[in-house]
Write a protein of this length. Structure first.
Lengths: 252, 252
């Protein structure tokens, strides 16, 4: 079943006085439960595309269909995980995780029950009462992921969530992310500039061209999980993606 | 406060009182224009012992609290509107800047005409004299919120009043607290100024009584009290909130 469909998404950036065509008609179809990684040269608008899917920005042309219905605004069925987490510093970890539930009017006891499950899943239980400034970057991203999962969204939108992490923390989270996906069966759209990350995580990797961006190629990744970063068998695929990307990066 | 700083301050104030005592003993200025520290202390003990001092402090503080509460609530509401609705900022925003430049005592004639010689008039002067400082700080604070906080909150379903209470106000708090501090300073000036001009109670009134009775010790004593209440509120209330906020937000 098609969960998400992007139809000819066009988006202009305002650049001083002139308009810059960032997205030049992106088409993408995502089935329920797929894990799609979006890679592309920096500045190609892949994050903007994700924000359009989230309903945080509107496209200049085209539309996003969610379960066949056009997306007009942002909503908790499509939850975004931001690059730097965007956690609320005035709330404790647990309250951060429960934020969306609170907005939905779910009573305190019930919230605590739900959040406990995800705090456990992300190994955050002993940090439940910490404030975010007390956490490492990796821990913050765990909180951000827990905060997103708590909403039980149909689609998880992740905007380079591991870009700021050190290598060991990232490798660990790459494995955990695969387990989470297998456990929760979420449809995931994951933006990254890291080709290895994309092949480790994705069931599909969509390669964006340079501006005005379109999806140049979609590569299927059929390989057993959990995949590890150092797995040599993924190497040919990574080379294939890189060979698609390289000319795009040079155009920049 | 560091021990060292405290020691320096104690030495400074002891020296100041000593110099004051010496100057008053030289009789450069007659004693009815320049009282000795002893005269002032005596007056303080006297007004304290008959309760009029504490009643004065309590009256002024009560007016301050009511006025400042109105200013903070009104100022924050207006500030949030200005920050979130562009047309409000373009129109009312310019008026706020103008109103902010009016010294609180300049509102006194209006207050007397509108409210008569009542508590309401004094509270009006206090509130209106401090509200716009809060408005401007709120506006600046909300404008400077990391946009990802707002996006994440909207994404998780927060909107309208919910968004204001659970995200905008706490996210802007580091700015708000400096706005409250400024608002409090203006409010304190406003209360004392208004009491000086048209009241039968409060510290401003006691100050005026001192002048009418040509009682220079009382004038000095009340001014000291006004200053000390100021230091106490700044140091006890605002410093604490500020410290807490700063460390919570990871700004320290």
């Amino acid at each position: 079943m098609t969960k998400l469909e992007a139809k000819n998404i066009v988006k202009y950036f305002k650049h001083d006085s002139h308009r810059l065509k960032a997205l030049g008609g992106v088409n993408l179809q995502i089935e329920d439960g797929e894990f799609v990684c979006l890679v592309g040269p920096s500045g190609c608008g892949k994050s903007t595309f994700l924000r359009i899917v989230a309903g945080l920005e509107t496209p200049d042309e085209g539309e996003i269909l969610f379960d066949g219905k056009p997306v007009t605004t942002t909503g908790p069925e499509r939850i975004m995980v931001f690059q730097e987490g965007a956690l609320f510093p005035w709330l404790k970890v647990q309250d951060n995780v429960e934020f969306g539930l609170k907005m939905a009017g779910i009573p305190k006891d019930e919230r605590a029950q739900i959040s406990k499950r995800y705090l456990d899943m992300m190994q955050l239980t002993k940090f439940a009462d910490s404030y975010t400034y007390q956490l490492s970057t990796g821990m913050k991203q765990r909180v951000a992921i827990a905060r997103a999962l708590v909403m039980d969204p149909d689609v998880l939108l992740m905007d380079e969530p591991f870009a700021a992490l050190d290598a060991q923390t990232r490798d660990l989270l790459l494995v955990e992310m695969q387990l989470i996906w297998e456990k929760t069966k979420k449809t995931i759209l994951f933006v990254t500039h890291n080709v290895t990350e994309a092949t480790v995580l994705g069931t599909k990797v969509a390669v964006f061209s340079n501006r005005p961006s379109v999806i140049k190629k979609i590569i299927n990744v059929d390989y057993k999980r959990p995949r590890l970063v150092e797995d040599q068998n993924l190497f040919p695929l990574q080379q294939e993606i890189l060979s698609e990307l390289r000319p795009e990066v040079k155009k920049n | 406060m560091k021990k060292n700083t405290l020691a320096k301050q104690i030495i400074f104030y002891v020296a100041l009182v000593a110099v004051w005592q010496i100057v008053s003993m030289t009789n450069v200025w007659p004693n009815n224009l320049f009282p000795s520290p002893y005269d002032v202390a005596e007056d303080l003990v006297y007004t304290a012992s008959d309760g009029s001092l504490f009643f004065g402090i309590a009256t002024s503080l009560l007016r301050l609290i009511i006025g400042l509460t109105i200013a903070i609530i009104g100022g924050m509401l207006l500030g949030i509107f200005m920050a979130r609705v562009e047309i409000v900022n373009q129109t009312i925003g310019s008026l706020v800047l103008g109103l902010q430049s009016i010294p609180s005592v300049a509102w006194v004639p209006l207050a007397i005409l509108w409210f008569g010689l009542t508590d309401g008039g004094i509270i009006f002067v206090t509130a209106i004299g401090s509200m716009f400082a809060v408005t401007i700080a709120t506006y600046t604070g909300v404008k400077n919120i990391n946009p990802h906080y707002i996006e994440a909150a909207r994404n998780m379903g927060a909107k309208g009043t919910q968004l204001s209470i659970y995200v905008l106000i706490p996210a802007a708090f580091p700015y708000l607290i400096s706005g409250f501090k400024q608002g409090w300073a203006f409010a304190w000036r406003g209360v004392i100024g208004a009491e000086l001009l048209f009241s039968f109670l409060g510290l401003g009134f006691l100050l005026n009584v001192g002048r009418q009775l040509n009682d220079i010790s009382q004038v000095f004593a009340i001014m000291l009290v006004i200053m000390m209440v100021g230091i106490a509120i700044d140091g006890i209330i605002f410093k604490r909130i500020e410290n807490k906020v700063m460390s919570r937000w990871g700004l320290r």
